[in-house]
Design a protein around this ligand. Sequence first.
Ligand code: DAV
Length: 404
Amino acid sequence: MAIVPLARFQRSSSLWFLSTGRFFSHFFGRRFQSTSPDPLVNVDDCPVNSHNEWGHLEEIIVGRVEGARVPPFTSEVKATTYDKWWPFYQNHAGESFPSPHLAKAEAEVGEFCRVLEHEGVTVRRPDLQDQSFVYSTPDFTSSGMYCAMPRDIILTVGNELIEAPMAWRSRFFEYRCYRSLMKEYFQKGAKWTTAPKPFMSDELYDHDYPISSVEDRHSLAAEGKFVTTEFEPCFDAADFMRCGRDIFAQRSQVTNKFGIEWLRRHLGDDYRVHELSFRDPNPMHVDATLLAIRPGIVLSNPDRPCHQIDIFEKAGWKVVHPPQPVMPDSHPLWMSSKWLSMNVLMLDENRVIVSAKEYPIHKMFESLGIECIKVDLRFANSLGGGFHCWTADVKRKGTLESYF
Ligand code: DAV
């Protein structure tokens, strides 16, 4: 539905109510339009527009490998990483991730960008900043990490870019890498919001939280206990899955209820923000656990059943369990599980960018009538993300719709 420069109509025509989507939204309670920060900017031309995970992709931000550093081994890093990697963090905090590995990752991400461009997608990249810089706030001292995973920090909701209030101290200044892009998109008509920046003081963390055994973590997660407290809002954008008017959120190690409530109130009545939970001892980012790939189909990690999957089933959605990943144990994954196999990027409802070596999941997509575009991102996976994590939506075709 076309979006007209509303402010101009308001000034010049008493027929604006009938002439615009406001007529429809008034009677049907659905959002067919948004306002622009500059009334002279026509939001039809807004460079930012993405309501879901599957609309035809036109523009995307892809993260960068260069300069990635091992974060300090803080409570929140300990709680969200596997114990086999704890000595790696203890011994290499503040150093570069191994350079030969990063060189291979950079080549893979470069190829990923070329494939996207070949498919007609405009690719944008963040600015680099020196991640070795040690900073102090009134509450803590840390060095940085990277700007590899835009999905964690940028939540795109319609014409709005929201900078997420992430919970890792090593990510406190990560937003700076995206400011050139944010300013540019704002100038061209996007809405730009930064969620309340957390202090990240000691009160935000349960410093006694990390428990090494998986069983202990299961019971803690089931009791709703995580390394982050409810001291102040925090969330990573990757803990939210967008399906038009319905947005699904996960309370995780880095996203608290305060953060989910902040987003719910910020988005207002046009959206329903649902909180989901999973049988997962270590939840962090929902996009290797649950991922909607087109209207009516959601991928659900078979190792992490969703306690509220009936929301999808009752709405007639098909719940598809992807096959087990085939990544060898020998390949280092410093920040994630092997389930990056389902962390895919939809180019549209019928085409997916998927890991070249994850053969079983190719068959699954093909059986759903979805064409696989195979790209190898294994070395880049080591930094904690697949195709979905390595990107943030800027523009997809489509309008705000309801699928539930
Ligand atoms: O292992 O499920 C994947 C996403 C991290 N950004 C995991 C985490």
